[in-house]
Design a protein around this ligand. Sequence first.
Ligand code: SAM
Ligand code: SF4
Length: 339
Amino acid sequence: MDLIDPFGRTIRDLRISVTDRCNFRCTYCMPEEGMKWLPRSEVLTFEEIERLARIFVEHFEVDGLRLTGGEPTIRAHMPLLVQKLAALRVPASSASAYAGKKPDLSITTNGATFRLLAHELREAGLDRVNISLDTLNREKFERMTRRDELVRVLDGIEAAKEAGFSPVKINAVVERGVNDDEIVDLARYGRDHDVEMRFIEFMPLDATGHWVHDKVVGQDEIVAAIAAVFPLEPLAGRGAAPASEWRYLDGKGTVGVIPTVTKPFCDDCDRVRLTADGQFRTCLFATTEFDLLRLIRSGADDEQLAAEIQRAVGTKWAGHQINQVTFVRPTRTMSQIGG
Ligand code: SAM
Ligand code: SF4
């Protein structure tokens, strides 16, 4: 059966955070020091993730699973988890394009160790990969991520292509005064390396609380900067996808923007999230979580878990309130929720 929220949106996409830990410390996400990690005993096991994912896919007809974190590749044995998820089947009776098939499996990673895993993940059944890259300048990369890993990330992108992932999408968070001078260079990189750049508006989910509206570089500004150098035309119909997309008029691919702040796309949102510690969230910016870890470990059966998931989806709100004075930041930050 479909999982439908109070505003008539059908839930099709589940983001699963597999860890809150990370080998980077991006300034827009984590503090330099002092993150409090979840105790390992409170992190969902692969068997628990598989069980919950099975309910989402086989009972609620969710057809897309994205693995994220923290940094998902630092969790041991990830290909094993991908293998388990690739064995799930969307019901044949579903209206989904994936009816009777395995769900679309993807990962979001910082790419630093992706070369070590790319082939194994592909063979295990991973379909797609998004790699984060905010700058092409080595010093700036070190300032933004607090790690000198640009070379390995660029190599991770090449490894993703070599392993057969296509298209490889590259996520770049744009922060005014930090890397907005590189929008065109990053777009050029995407064109030259046959990867799709996706620029992300900076969101108020940073751990240090330095987000202010003025630091957001909006979609219109990003697109105008690129189009001034590489003419673009909009692609119609993003559906439930978060990115608006444009096509380069000279045929050299596409570019996307995720305009969470300046052009919220909540009306078409089909996403829900599971944190590494088994908390179910119906919005990235939700202030309420539903404790599936406690439920699962207290012996709940699948019907009870499904009922709780349905109850939670019944509280999904119409949209986030970032642009309103009433906006309240979630207490957990991006890496703790799972971006
Ligand atoms: N560690 C992986 C990575 O960086 O790709 C996956 C997790 S990360 C939290 C997921 C995505 O969220 C990344 O593309 C990252 O750049 C983005 N992100 C993190 N903090 C953000 C913020 N405050 N605003 C917008 N995007 C953010
Ligand atoms: Fe780690 Fe990703 Fe957050 Fe950067 S954005 S600190 S790589 S979780």
